[in-house]
Design a protein around this ligand. Sequence first.
Ligand SMILES: Nc1ncnc2c1ncn2[C@@H]1O[C@H](COP(=O)(O)OP(=O)(O)OP(=O)(O)O)[C@@H](O)[C@H]1O
Length: 244
Amino acid sequence: MAQASGARAAGEKKATAVKCDNVEVAIKRKLILNGISFDIPAGSLTGLLGPNGAGKSTLMRLLTGLLEPDSGRVELFGRPAGTDRLGELSFLPDRGQLPPHLTAGGWLDLAAGIYPDWNREREEELARELGVYRDKKIGTMSRGEEARLQLLTCLAREAPLIILDEPFAGVDMISRERIASAVVAEMADGQRTFLIATHDIREMEQLFDRIVLIGEGAIRGVHDVEELRLGGRSVESCYRDVFS
Ligand SMILES: Nc1ncnc2c1ncn2[C@@H]1O[C@H](COP(=O)(O)OP(=O)(O)OP(=O)(O)O)[C@@H](O)[C@H]1O
């Protein structure tokens, strides 16, 4: 699996990309997120890890502004999150579906028209890297093929914040490696911030430089991965210590 490199590895950390301060969310009177506080530095790649139902997708929707907190503050790059900030982030939802009647190329052309920050050159590079074929109809794609097209749609934009909810669900091992390599390539200039929710901890842990652990709607730990390694721990062992 590819490893993080470039400016990020040089340790130049800049502004704060995401800040949650004592955030609470209740859905249908059930407290889903409880006292959530954490920061994500700009230019970092953070893994959002936790068991099923922990609140990862809810937290991600909160960052996009598609869901509002009942209390607390959510900030992106120092200003309040909200639907008016959608142009600054590229979001891969966990249950997204693309229009089945379009070909991959038709969809990408549509997306290029919708997003002002679309980068055609990057689209073409990513299509080669991820093995996305423009003439294939979306309705005939396997789950993994559609997942790769969805990821391409996220990464072809130049948004400074990329939020990916389970980008590897239903994706085979080689495709996961391709996706991870594409993410690492995007990170190389240190300009973009990634937050990735995944259950594929063992495969992804080389990529993360920070992890946020969430369980039962509460933060259970925020760790710098390099510090964990220096202490002789892996992301996986840290996860097991907290959740098993
Ligand atoms: N619209 C909703 N109505 C009722 N409960 C909800 C709703 N959305 C989320 N929840 C509940 O909130 C909790 C957190 O859900 P969420 O999808 O954020 O978890 P997750 O960590 O992303 O889980 P997974 O790893 O299984 O995707 C769950 O108990 C879920 O049932």
